[in-house]
Ligand binder design. Structure first.
Ligand code: NAD
Ligand code: UDP
Length: 329
C-alpha cells in the first residue's frame, strides 16, 4: 500500500488491459474509478474487484463528457481488435477523438495528469523497421484501419495541443501487440483466436501467407511500463513505444500455439485483410533510457500462461462483441 493514495480514473477499465491496470492500482491502495460502456468487455472481468472498497464502476460512454474529481486519468477506452473497431468505424473514431477531448477537458478542469493509450498502429504499414518514435508512419487515411489509426493519431495531436496550449500534464504511450489472461475469448485478435481454435481442435485461420510479423508483449510487462510512465518525471511526456522486441511471423506464432497446446489443428489460409501491416517491431531505446523499462516475459512463457487462462474459462459465459468475432467453424 502506498502512503498517499490517489483518485484514479481508468476509461476502458473493464477491458483486457484495463482490468490488469485496475487490479494493480487497487492493490496499491489507490481509489480507482473504472469507466466502461462494455462494448468489447463484460462485467465478469472485474467481478473480483467490485467488493473492494477502493474500487468503483461507472457504466458510461466516453464520447459523452464526464465530471469527476480525480488526480490521474488513464484513457484506455477504445475497441482494440480490428474486427471490432471496424464494426462501427464512425463510433470508433468518435471514441478516440471525442473521448480524448472529454478526458483532456476533465484533466484541464481538475488539474489531473492524463495518460493516453496510443498504439503502434500510428505507424501504419511501416517502411522503417524497427519503428522508433521519431518515425511518422505510413497510414492509409481512407482504408479500413483508418478509423482506428487516424483516430489514435488525432488523439495524440489533441494530447500534445492541450499540453502546449493549456499546460495539461500528459503521458502518451504507443502500445505494440499485447496479450495475456483476460483477453476476450471472442476478441478476434491473433493470439486469442489461435489459442481458442487450437484448444477446440478447429482450423487455425492464417490471414494471407502468415509471413507478416508482429512483436508480442505479455500484459504484466506492459502494465509495469504504464505505471513507470505515469509516475515518471513531468518533463518526459512521450510518446514512448511499449512493446516486446521479439519479432515473430504469424505462422511461427501458430506453430508455437500448436506445440504448447498439443493440438492437432491444421493451419488454413484465409484472405489477408486490406492494409494489414507486413511487419512490426518496437525500437525500445527511449523506454529503456527514460523509464528503465524492458519486457521480461518471453513469448513461450506468456503464451503458456494465456493458454492456461483460456483453458480455465467457461466460453458460454462470454457474449460476442460483434458478429465478426471468431465463432468456431
Ligand atoms: P479491449 O477491447 O479489451 O478494451 C477496451 C475497453 O474500452 C473495453 O472494455 C470496451 O468496452 C471499452 N470501450 C470501448 N469503447 C468505449 C466507449 N465509447 N466508452 C467507454 N468504454 C469504451 O482492448 P485492450 O486491449 O484492453 O485495449 C485498451 C487500450 O489499449 C485501447 O485504447 C487500445 O487501442 C490500446 N491498445 C491496445 C493494444 C493491445 O495489444 N492490447 C495495442 C495497442 C493499443
Ligand atoms: N491474424 C491471422 N489470423 C487470425 C487473426 C489475425 O492470421 O485469426 C493476423 C492478422 O492478419 C495480422 C496479425 O495476425 O497480420 C495480427 O492481427 P491482430 O488482429 O491480432 O492485430 P493487428 O496487429 O493486425 O492490429
Amino acid at each position: 500500500m502506498s502512503n498517499t493514495f490517489k483518485r484514479i480514473l481508468i476509461t476502458g477499465g473493464a477491458g483486457f488491459l484495463g482490468t490488469h491496470l485496475c487490479e494493480r492500482l487497487v492493490d496499491q491502495g489507490h481509489d480507482v474509478i473504472c469507466v466502461d460502456n462494455f462494448f468489447t468487455s463484460q462485467k465478469n472481468n472485474i467481478l473480483h474487484l467490485l467488493p473492494k472498497s477502493n474500487f468503483e464502476l461507472i457504466r458510461h460512454d466516453v464520447t459523452h463528457p464526464l465530471y469527476l474529481e480525480v488526480d490521474e486519468i488513464y484513457n484506455l477506452a477504445c475497441p482494440a481488435s480490428p474486427v471490432h473497431y471496424q464494426y462501427n468505424p464512425i463510433k470508433t473514431i468518435k471514441t478516440s477523438v471525442l473521448g480524448a477531448i472529454n478526458v483532456l477537458g476533465l484533466a484541464k478542469r481538475v488539474n489531473a495528469k492524463v495518460f493516453q493509450a496510443s498504439t503502434s498502429e500510428v505507424y501504419g504499414d511501416p517502411t522503417v523497421h524497427p519503428q522508433p518514435e521519431s518515425y511518422r508512419g505510413n497510414v492509409n487515411p481512407i482504408g479500413l484501419r483508418a478509423c482506428y489509426d487516424e483516430g489514435k493519431r488525432c488523439a495524440e495531436t489533441l494530447f500534445f495541443d492541450y499540453h502546449r496550449s493549456n499546460g495539461v500534464n500528459i503521458r502518451v504511450v504507443r502500445i505494440f501487440n499485447t496479450y495475456g489472461p483476460r483477453m476476450h475469448p471472442y476478441d478476434g485478435r491473433v493470439v486469442s483466436n489461435f489459442i481458442i481454435q487450437a484448444l477446440a481442435g478447429h482450423d487455425i485461420t492464417i490471414y494471407g501467407d502468415g509471413s507478416q510479423t508482429r512483436s508480442f508483449c505479455y500484459v504484466d510487462d506492459l502494465i509495469e511500463g504504464f505505471i513507470r510512465m505515469m509516475n515518471g518525471p513531468d518533463d518526459f511526456v512521450g510518446p514512448v513505444n511499449l512493446g516486446n522486441a521479439g519479432e515473430f511471423t504469424i505462422k511461427e506464432l501458430a506453430e508455437l500455439v500448436l506445440e504448447l497446446t498439443g493440438s492437432k489443428s491444421k493451419l488454413v489460409p484465409r484472405p489477408l485483410p486490406s492494409d494489414d501491416p507486413l511487419q512490426r517491431r518496437p525500437d525500445n531505446t527511449v523506454a529503456k533510457k527514460h523509464l528503465g523499462w524492458e519486457p521480461t516475459v518471453p513469448l513461450r512463457e506468456g503464451l503458456a500462461k494465456t493458454i492456461e487462462y483460456f483453458q480455465s474459462i467457461d466460453l458460454t459465459k462470454f457474449r460476442k462483441p460483434t458478429d465478426y468475432a471468431y465463432t468456431g467453424q
